[in-house]
Ligand binder design. Structure first.
Ligand code: DHB
Ligand code: FE
Length: 282
């Protein structure tokens, strides 16, 4: 059976794409953010995962407000990026693993998650930039399966439901008849709000509590309703649901977890940024 070897999570701000293209990793503004990644890349270089299952939210590139699935799983041979209007370079396509996609889709439907399956799917900055941050190589060395969770158009799925989805994905990965090594990834957050009266809102105390909960009490955030999460983290801060899905998946694997690395930095653009890697123990 496939092995779920660990989990990754990071913020996914479009301007990161411009900073990478311009080689600004050592620039004083960007350095505290980019410095969070080399220790995680070192670990990835040792454990060499084959596939990444990526929990992220599309921001209007593939799904617009007229058609917004709550949960959608990609089942394409490759995933194309496209111009989202942020003025950042469009990245080359990312390869999919269709066998794992269909295994996830079948298993999730079996477990009563009525997901949408997508045999064609454009992927935006929330998918492409985290992969580029963890694997900066010209060609991404892992195959991918996108799992899209709506945090854009209300009503949003609850934190409890998202954690349960993550668990179901974790179980599905480990029942996949394959020798491959899999990591789960969650992208988005942490606290930020891009518009409205609270534009620029950041909540460091909550972010740090959330990060700690992922280590010691992963279901902690499931006590909050979506409206409470918006209040505490900002309208776009609810993207931290992706981290919760990733952690739900890890809760089904191994005998425990080891934190590989964690970094928190305020701000990049309008966002409190975080990056986290966790390894499952045998
Ligand atoms: C920003 C953050 C996001 O999560 C996003 O999707 C777009 C922009 C920002 O802080 O600029
Ligand atoms: Fe976002």
């Amino acid at each position: 059976m496939a092995q779920l070897i660990g989990g990754l999570a990071t913020s996914h701000i479009p301007s990161i794409g411009g900073a990478i293209a311009k080689g600004l990793q050592q620039d004083p503004y960007w350095k505290p953010f980019f410095d969070g990644f080399p220790p995680i890349r070192d670990w990835l270089g040792q454990v060499r995962p084959d596939v990444a299952v990526v929990f992220y939210n599309d921001h209007g590139l593939n799904f617009f407000l007229d058609k917004m699935p709550t949960f959608a799983v990609g089942a394409a041979p490759e995933y194309l990026n496209a111009d989202e209007g942020w003025g950042i370079p469009t990245l080359p396509p990312f390869k999919g693993n269709q066998d794992l996609s269909w295994h996830l889709i079948n298993t999730l439907i079996d477990k009563e998650f009525d997901i949408v399956s997508c045999q064609e799917m454009l992927v935006d900055h929330a998918f492409t930039l985290p992969l580029k941050l963890f694997w900066p190589d010209e060609v991404c060395p892992v195959l991918t399966v996108p799992v899209c969770i709506n945090t854009v158009q209300f009503p949003l799925p609850s934190a409890k439901r998202v954690y349960a989805l993550g668990k179901a994905v974790g179980e599905a990965i480990q029942s996949w008849d394959s020798d491959l090594k899999v990591v789960v990834m969650g992208t988005g957050g942490l606290s930020h709000q891009l518009d409205g009266e609270r534009a620029g809102f950041i909540n460091k105390a909550f972010d740090l509590q959330f990060l700690e909960s992922l280590r010691s009490n992963p279901e902690w955030a499931t006590q909050f309703s979506i409206h409470e999460l918006v209040e505490k983290t900002g309208t776009q801060g609810v993207e931290l649901l992706m981290w919760l899905a990733m952690r739900g998946a890890l809760s089904t694997a191994g005998s425990g977890l080891r934190q590989v690395h964690c970094n928190y930095h305020i701000p990049i653009s309008n966002t409190a940024t975080g990056v986290l890697a966790m390894e499952t123990l045998d």
